[in-house]
Design a protein around this ligand. Structure first.
Ligand SMILES: Nc1ncnc2c1ncn2[C@@H]1O[C@H](COP(=O)(O)OP(=O)(O)OP(=O)(O)O)[C@@H](O)[C@H]1O
Ligand SMILES: [Mg+2]
Length: 371
């Protein structure tokens, strides 16, 4: 996708009318809207400070209400550096490809002059970060079951990106602030601006390191080697965070920094499982699930990417452990994989072929292999 396509699109009446883009390979239909700047300015009260939802590395996010009455979140990219422009192009392109109940799909965008805006549905329960570490934690403390559902839903969204989207997509910035929560606390993985599209026959790529400290897989942080395993690692850190309510990197009173693995591993080795659970839950935790999820998190954060489970295996383990009973379905000879399809999950599981229990399994075997 060339950048100029996007620069021109905001002015293209034909494009807006047809909502389709002619590419060399044919005509693609995109389900997003093109907003006018006037509409967005009106919706966000001219990007008023009171409408600001938060600020990230690449832009500021504003709440807005459209003339039709729906609530939107508008990400306004900070500066039009080449990198920010690329981020915008990737985000629009990638978001346009994905549709899954646990991914925050693109609602629309605006590109014109120096403005690059990405428009998503507003998620009233904001981010997982705000519920684990921010002020929302005081208002609604996520209970164990909610945490497990958020973990499973997020895993399903990532598994879709890795295994179902074509080409496969590596998110590269899985973290608590990029898991948004809808009105029913259902998770939506957001921010595909860092995403990397993986050609089908390529197992890993070497790139410049992006992402967020504390969540980066070692082979990625050190060598820029990016594969699906990087997201699995970040998801493992996120799992530790969801269970414990601790940040991926904490500053100790001595001023030294400690990462969540350095804190969790010794406690796991000593079998002090209950100390690993977020104390704010007051012990209202299913200990069997707690152990299994922590063992899974440890596997996900294995230093060697080859030893990490795939996201399909992660989904499988989480579904089994948290008792949702749904299994991952493989169509045909196992080449096409459906994970948590949005609409007909129950039906598909009923008619579908179930995956054999994967060779990787933490299951009820709680022995922790700490190698
Ligand atoms: N669709 C949305 N609905 C509600 N709140 C949102 C939405 N999108 C973003 N936010 C809020 O805006 C904040 C900033 O988001 P943003 O993605 O810009 O930054 P970030 O996730 O902290 O960092 P990064 O730039 O690395 O993604 C988020 O933490 C979230 O609370
Ligand atoms: Mg974000």
């Amino acid at each position: 996708m060339k950048l100029c396509n996007f620069c021109c699109l905001s002015n293209s009446k034909n494009y807006a009318a047809n909502n389709s883009l002619v590419a060399s390979s044919g005509i693609y239909e995109y389900p997003w809207e093109i907003f006018s700047l006037k509409e967005i300015l009106h919706a966000t009260n001219n990007f008023h400070d009171d409408n600001m939802l938060g600020e990230g590395g690449f832009g500021t996010v504003y709440w807005g209400r459209t003339a039709a009455g729906s609530e939107i979140a508008v990400k306004r990219l900070k500066t039009m550096t080449a990198m920010a422009e690329m981020e915008f192009v990737v985000e629009v392109e990638v978001l346009g490809r994905v549709r899954h109940k646990n991914l925050l799909g693109l609602r629309g965008y605006f590109a014109g002059g120096n403005e690059r805006l990405i428009i998503n549905d507003y998620m009233p329960n904001r981010s997982l970060l705000s519920h684990l570490h921010g002020h929302n934690a005081d208002e609604v403390l996520l209970n164990w079951q909610m945490r497990m559902r958020i973990a499973l839903g997020s895993a399903e969204g990532i598994a879709y990106l890795h295994h179902e989207a074509s080409p496969h997509i590596i998110h590269r910035d899985i973290k608590a602030s990029n898991v948004l929560l809808d009105s029913k606390f259902r998770p939506k993985v957001a921010d595909f601006g860092f995403a990397k599209l993986m050609p089908d026959d390529v197992s890993h790529l070497t790139t410049r390191v992006k992402g967020t400290l504390g969540y980066l897989a070692p082979e990625y942080a050190m060598w820029g080697k990016v594969s699906e395993g990087c997201d699995v690692y970040s998801f493992g850190i996120l799992l530790f965070e969801i269970v414990s309510g601790r940040k991926p990197i904490e500053k100790l009173p001595t001023g030294k920094k400690r990462d969540i693995l350095q804190w969790a591993r010794p406690l796991m080795e000593q079998g002090k499982w209950d100390q690993l659970a977020d104390q704010r839950m007051g012990g209202l935790v299913d200990l069997t699930q707690l152990r299994s999820v922590l063992v899974l998190a440890l596997k996900c954060t294995d230093g060697n990417p080859d030893n990490r489970p795939t996201m399909i295996e992660v989904v499988e383990v989480l579904r089994r452990e948290i008792g949702l009973g749904l299994r991952v379905k493989v169509k045909g000879e196992g080449s096409e994989v459906k994970v948590g399809d949005n609409k007909k999950e129950e039906e598909e599981v009923e008619d579908g072929v179930m995956v054999d229990t994967p060779s990787y399994s933490v299951g009820r075997n709680l022995a922790v292999d700490m190698r």
